[in-house]
Design a protein around this ligand. Sequence first.
Ligand code: PMP
Length: 433
Amino acid sequence: MTHHPHDAAELHARHRAVLPSWLSLYYERPLELTHGEGRYVWDAEGNRYLDFFGGILTTMTAHALPEVTKAVGEQAGRIIHTSTLYLSRPMIELAERIAALSGIPDARVFFTTSGTEANDAALLLATNHRRSNQILAMRNSYHGRSFSTVGVTGNTSWSPTSLSPLQTLYVHGGVRSRGPYAGLDDRAYIAACVADLEDMLQQTAGGVAALIAEPVQGVGGFTLPPDGLFAAFREVLDRHGILWISDEVQTGWGRTGDHFWGWQAHADNGPPDLLTFAKGIGNGMSIGGVVARAEVMNAMPANSISTFGGSPVTMAAGLANLTYLLEHDLQGNARRVGGLLIERLRAVAAGLDVVREVRGRGLMIGVDLVRPGTDVPSPEAATQVLEAARERGLLVGKGGQGGAALRIAPPMSLTVAEAEEGAEALAAALRAV
Ligand code: PMP
């Protein structure tokens, strides 16, 4: 059944009346999505859209993937929930597979229900292990919305309080194309960021617990550091015994094409000490988690429980989704189709002065928008392009400080024909603003 546009307006009014004002919605006339299939979604009015955002990378594989739907239905028919107080076969199986894939030796896995909670757990583990509440984070970062995670979120548009249980020190290396180190080549940029980190550590009394960082900044606008930045950071961290937490909530599972994890672009000095994941692994079901060496994970001095973390239905979705993505080499698909899409978008952008930069890796593509003829970021243009793309049947996201970058992260099963369809719609939307 389809609805009249009037119904959407009424639903929007009810949203405003009962949900928090800071729960931000896309679009002047917000969308109610009611149905999905493959890389497409439909709204309540019956309009079809090519989905280039997947609800912020949560629909990682495809909408209504039969393998996942079947696994969820079968598990729900047996038992939906048991809690971590009992043995759970799907949880143990998924933990074994993620531990093996993580690259972390002697790995232990703790499941949560969101990325926020995964990072919160990682911060708890690291601060406990190091007996310090000092954390290094990156400028322009995003790690979640809880009390601890907003305290390590450098992107001030998403960090609603300056109060924090952590003492956070923000280092350079998040945004490369702006700021004091813009224009430096890879080696010089890495050297400048390492010098900044060393300087920060010199001015810090006592031991820092950990560095938390996204290998490619997500909410920050899909900004890419040069390969090797975190390997260079690692050398400094190791000298001080500081742990490295790689937030793979957006970059995990092969999304960047070249690597299964984002940290692998920085692998010279081995894997991170802790890795957090969420979003895509459940193909929309709420799974998050943290992987850590046993020495760090098991050092907690008291018992714990997660009532919903690792719940059987979500674990069944995770297992079916992981099997599908490995068997169908979606990482390879992200590399090939993402590469093509980046090329196409760069060609489009070449003729448009509203686009400053198209950057990305695999199916994580950011498009920086500016006021034409200037270098001033334009959140207004991003908002307009989002609307214009919607009118042309394409959903994209936005991000970056102030929201001046478009974010493109389609389900990883995207076909070449769909990539071309999306590139054309986006080109038309960009030309329209
Ligand atoms: N870390 C990163 C890198 C993210 O992008 C996000 C979500 N945008 C989170 C953590 C928080 O995840 P969640 O919204 O599932 O709590």
